[in-house]
Design a binder for this molecule. Structure first.
Ligand code: FE2
Length: 464
């Protein structure tokens, strides 16, 4: 009887894994469904990969790290794909150059669809039939494969947005997805006492290796803005000559502004005195209350300096976010773009920021600041922190570096995160094209500081 019950529980566990796997695979295919085959082969810049490549690469990941080593008698779909669809794993062999992925007109989209079906069916067989010892070994790898495919689901949308933005027809990936503009609440500040805190993976569920080990960090008192910086606020920076005044910029940022001829965030376009923004729903009038998005770390940092503030550190951000529900405007909302913050606890304002004003922010310490909120201690009178999760990845001032005691795992999968800990900055919280459930407070995204296509936004911080 006990044995039968154990078998039933075992079967149910396998069933739950199969459902998660099938749902994840189906979501990737649903994201590609609105696209023409011609859309799926374009590479608009070296950082962008064609949709078809993403769909094949995540499939290669399952084949290489799960099926080949653990499914007895597995038939590799095409041995040539190891070269075509290996992204950066030196230990696995040679690779097609990343900037030339758009030259891979073969295999065609239909062949990649067949590749996916072959691997999906094989993985479902492996999940259903692996013996208990094998399954215990592969379960963490399945978890990693799911997280990996979710990362590429976000990349599919980031990248196709950049592809479509190059097209004078300004195609819409999802027409009508945007929500009507609504007022954003006034920006307030929330105080944190700082002190000795712990950050990093607490072991409650899946986490990437770069979130470990959990460790102690000393924080001085700090304040965080209660919401993201809006387009209207950022427009005031643009109108104040922000992109022409070197005093606001890091040296490398100023070089990037000039080398790239940046006049505004990546997808903004000015027509007379009106501004438009390219979105996954096509071109749209710039919504002054929606969060500014597609700024680089350099732009986020320059804006913060212009505003008399700074970007948060990753430890400050994580301390503020720890223990809060991970809900917000993610991929699953279907909007595919950041939306204005919303709360009925704060007073909305319909005032469009005055672009002629020299400085839209009051001095850091004034009557608007509420005192007395300690890190980790709930204060019913403190203003709510909005948009921590979803909407925009929030740039921090923290370099992407190993945590104390970090050790990359042995083998090829040790290359997943650790070898990129140079020249990149940490972003937190997920964005409007991140699958819901993919991120957590300890999640560390990272991009080079000049990256603009990655749905980066701004939350201001200041010393307490
Ligand atoms: Fe990948």
């Amino acid at each position: 009887m006990a044995l039968a019950a154990g078998r039933t529980a075992h079967a149910e566990a396998r069933g739950a894994w199969r459902v998660r796997f099938a749902d994840c695979r189906a979501r990737s295919e649903a994201l590609a469904a609105p696209l023409l085959p011609e859309d799926q082969v374009v590479q608009s810049m070296p950082d962008v990969s064609p949709t078809k490549w993403h769909l094949a690469h995540v499939t290669w990941f399952w084949e290489t790290f799960l099926l080949a080593p653990y499914q007895g008698g597995y038939r590799v779909f095409d041995p040539a794909y190891n070269h075509l669809f290996n992204s950066y794993y030196e230990a696995v062999g040679s690779r097609h150059p990343r900037p030339a992925r758009g030259l891979l007109s073969r295999p065609g989209v239909a062949e990649v669809v067949r590749y996916r079906a072959h691997v999906t069916a094989s993985m479902e067989r492996l999940i259903a039939t692996a013996d208990a010892a094998t399954f215990a070994t592969i379960a963490p790898l399945i978890e990693l494969g799911l997280a990996h495919e979710e990362q590429h689901q976000e990349l599919i949308l980031m990248d196709i947005k950049h592809v479509f933005a190059q097209n004078p027809l300004q195609p819409a990936y999802k027409p009508g997805a945007l929500k009507p503009a609504r007022a954003a609440p006034a920006l307030e500040w929330r105080n944190f006492a700082g002190g000795l805190v712990e950050i990093g993976d607490a072991g409650a569920g899946f986490a990437f290796d770069n979130e470990r080990p959990r460790h102690k960090v000393w924080l001085e008192p700090f304040r965080l803005a209660t919401r993201l910086v809006t387009n209207g606020e950022y427009l005031a920076f643009v109108a104040d000559g922000g992109y022409r005044r070197p005093e606001f910029w890091l040296s490398d940022g100023w070089a990037a502004v000039n080398a790239g001829g940046w006049p505004a965030p990546l997808y903004w376009r000015q027509d007379g005195d009106r501004w438009f923004e390219f979105t996954l729903a096509g071109s749209a009038p710039l919504d002054p209350f929606a969060p500014v998005v597609h700024v680089s770390h350099y732009e986020a940092d320059a804006f913060a300096r212009w505003a008399g503030r700074r970007l948060p550190t990753e430890a400050e951000w994580e301390t503020a976010a720890a223990g809060r529900p991970v809900d917000g405007n993610f991929l699953d909302s279907g909007i595919l773009h950041p939306t204005a913050a919303s709360t009925d606890r704060l007073t909305p304002t319909l005032t469009f920021p005055d672009c002629d004003a020299p400085h839209p922010y009051p001095p850091p310490r004034g009557g608007r600041v509420r005192e007395g909120v300690n890190a980790g201690v709930s204060d019913p009178v403190a203003p709510a922190l909005l948009q921590l999760f979803g909407d925009c990845w929030e740039w921090t001032q923290s370099a992407y570096a190993p945590y104390p005691g970090f050790r990359a795992p042995d083998g090829a999968l040790g290359e997943y995160n650790g070898k990129f800990m140079s020249g990149q900055m940490v972003l937190k919280g997920g964005c409007a094209v991140t699958p819901a459930g993919h991120v957590r407070a300890s999640y560390r995204n990272f991009f080079p500081p000049a990256a603009r296509w990655c749905f980066g936004g701004i939350r201001l911080a200041e010393d307490g």
